[in-house]
Design a protein. Structure first.
Length: 335
């Protein structure tokens, strides 16, 4: 696609609905400054100036979809606790239903990051992981059965907290196959995976591991494009997916397509302040691009531009459709 066509594709995001399935997290940011070291231990003393709660994990994927102009919904687990209520409050700011959110017995996952002078000082997590209870899983599966056919693509956002379990993925694949048979519609399945769960994503349209995850999944040391190609091929063959998009930080991205070619995409980031949530942005933009009719390569190019914008922001950030279109214009220089 030309730059003008990519911009037109972004404009079509408003007609697309994406279902996000996965682990819901509350990102808690504590902002402050450091001017001295504690006399009690060799650690910085942070003078707190403000605190912020944001949607994280799979909820941040949906937040990015909404920011990019798309529609969608979230299917996942929250706790019957104050942070679960906070998720519902934050979801109220998005044009998305909350009927796919199931309140279970375990607490809502919370990641707290202390940031001083723009740098993360420490992070601590409050969570209970593992598969949901049988009752909770039944509620999640019922939501999928009732609503899956109403979407244009599906994102599985696996943070290894337990929602993306064996039973859920088996049922998801069955439902996608039913939609394909009954409606002759192939919904793209985009997966942001965790290495230990790779076997659950057989038949995905595309998966989006980072460089280190590719090494763990393949058991190979990736040091150059040749070894990256070999590792990506092995992963693709193991789970029979169409494509593998590897996020490589400062090196940009690499896409192994279904024609067996490796396309390297240089980074669009001018400055990197915070990579928190960048993978969520990639998954969201990639899904919207594919649902809007882009090829794998063009959807990956859009995702790369979006990631380049979001890493230039501090915190769990998102990117707007206008920012993405402006970035495309600037990169082209002739539109």
């Amino acid at each position: 696609m030309s730059t003008a066509e990519l911009i037109d594709a972004v404009a079509r995001f408003g007609d697309i609905r994406i279902l996000v399935i996965g682990d819901i997290i509350v990102d808690h940011f504590v902002w402050g400054s450091v001017s001295r070291i504690s006399p009690e231990a060799p650690v910085p003393v942070v003078n707190v100036s403000k605190e912020e709660l944001l949607l994280g994990g799979s909820a941040n994927v949906l937040r990015n979809i909404a920011s990019l102009g798309g529609g969608g919904a979230l299917c996942g687990l929250i706790g019957s606790d104050p942070m679960g209520e906070e998720v519902l409050r934050l979801m109220g700011g998005l044009p998305a239903p909350v009927s796919g959110l199931v309140a279970g017995k375990r607490p809502t996952t919370v990641k707290t990051r202390v940031v001083a002078q723009g740098q993360q000082v420490v992070r601590f997590d409050r969570e209970e992981t593992g598969p949901p209870s049988a009752k909770t899983l039944d509620l999640l599966l019922s939501y999928l059965e009732d609503h899956l056919a109403g979407f244009d693509a599906v994102i599985v956002s696996d943070y290894a907290k337990g929602v993306v379990n064996e039973q859920l993925m088996i049922r998801l694949h069955q439902l996608l196959a039913r939609i394909r048979e009954r409606e002759n519609t192939l919904l793209p399945l985009i997966v942001d995976p965790k290495p230990m769960n790779l076997h659950r994503f057989v038949g995905a349209t595309i998966i989006t591991p980072n460089h280190h995850e590719v090494e763990k999944m393949s058991g190979m040391l990736v040091v150059d494009d040749q070894s990256l190609l070999a590792a990506a091929r092995q992963i693709r063959e193991e789970i029979d997916c169409r494509a593998v998009l590897v996020t490589r930080g400062e090196a940009g991205m690499a896409l192994l397509q279904d024609d067996d070619t490796l396309v390297t995409i240089p980074t669009m980031a001018k400055e990197v302040y915070d990579v928190t949530g960048a993978g969520d942005t990639v998954a969201a933009t990639l899904a919207l691009g594919l649902a809007a009719g882009c090829s794998m390569k063009d959807a990956a190019i859009l995702a790369n531009h979006a990631a380049g914008i979001v890493v230039g922001k501090v915190g769990t950030a998102s990117v707007s459709s206008l920012e993405l279109q402006e970035a495309l214009v600037i990169a082209d220089g002739s539109v």
